[in-house]
Design a binder for this molecule. Structure first.
Ligand code: GDP
Length: 204
């Protein structure tokens, strides 16, 4: 069995931006999938996990990631960055096309070993986040919720947010990690979780 460790990132490279299923890579590397609304901080999380400043493009303009971006990590598995949903530059037609592509990918890929869903800690989960969470959890892959941009709230405010979400039953037994790309809060926890699921991936 290949050593699939992420705790140390030895190599990471962008492989392809898939705009249709024919672009999906055909090799057998396991896939760790990242999902979230445009601007939620997906690129920043990927860069932080892989300790690369600009591997994934980060931007203050929402809706720019309009393809499935594949990053090969340690020559052993992929990070797959799904197009951000919510606001998409290009309007309804493009939004539908991207929705179909994401659905085709997550329902047909045989190589997914984990899904990470990002939610902005300041306002999520929104209705579209909840719809996405329900859909992705119905696929029964190991699933981690990541609350991004925690540095934007004070610690008492953060505590309040999480106790409210717990009390309202929003977290529903899901594993979750508070994360900030600014101070790297939660980075180690996310890495450890991903490392564990990749190592125990049955398809290996
Ligand atoms: P994506 O569209 O989901 O890939 O989001 P990006 O990673 O491009 O981030 C969108 C914006 O939010 C950028 O201006 C980032 O600098 C900012 N951002 C992302 N993560 C954080 C974070 O943890 N803390 C703060 N304060 N800003 C963040």
């Amino acid at each position: 069995m290949k050593k699939l460790s992420l705790i140390r990132c030895d190599s990471a490279e962008f492989v392809v931006g898939a705009v249709s299923p024919k672009d999906f890579p055909e090799d057998d590397f396991p896939e760790v999938v990242f999902s979230g609304r445009s601007n939620v901080g997906k690129s920043s999380l990927i860069n932080s996990l892989l300790q690369r400043k600009k591997l994934a493009r980060t931007s203050s303009t929402p809706g720019k990631t309009q393809q499935l971006n594949y990053y090969r990590v340690n020559k052993a598995f992929y990070f797959v960055d799904l197009p951000g949903y919510g606001y998409v530059r290009g309007g309804k037609g493009l939004r539908e096309k991207l929705g179909n592509l994401v659905e085709t990918f997550v329902t047909s890929s045989q190589k997914i070993c984990a899904i990470l869903q990002l939610v902005d800690v300041r306002n999520g989960p929104t209705d579209s986040d909840r719809a996405m969470i329900d859909f992705l959890r119905s696929l029964h892959y190991p699933f981690l919720l990541i609350f991004t941009k925690t540095d934007k709230l004070s610690s008492p405010k953060l505590d309040k947010v999480f106790s409210r979400l717990e009390n309202e039953g929003v977290l529903g037994g899901m594993s979750y990690v508070p994360f900030s790309a600014v101070n790297n809060q939660g980075r180690e926890d996310v890495l450890r979780w991903v490392d564990d699921v990749v190592k125990s991936d049955k398809s290996q």
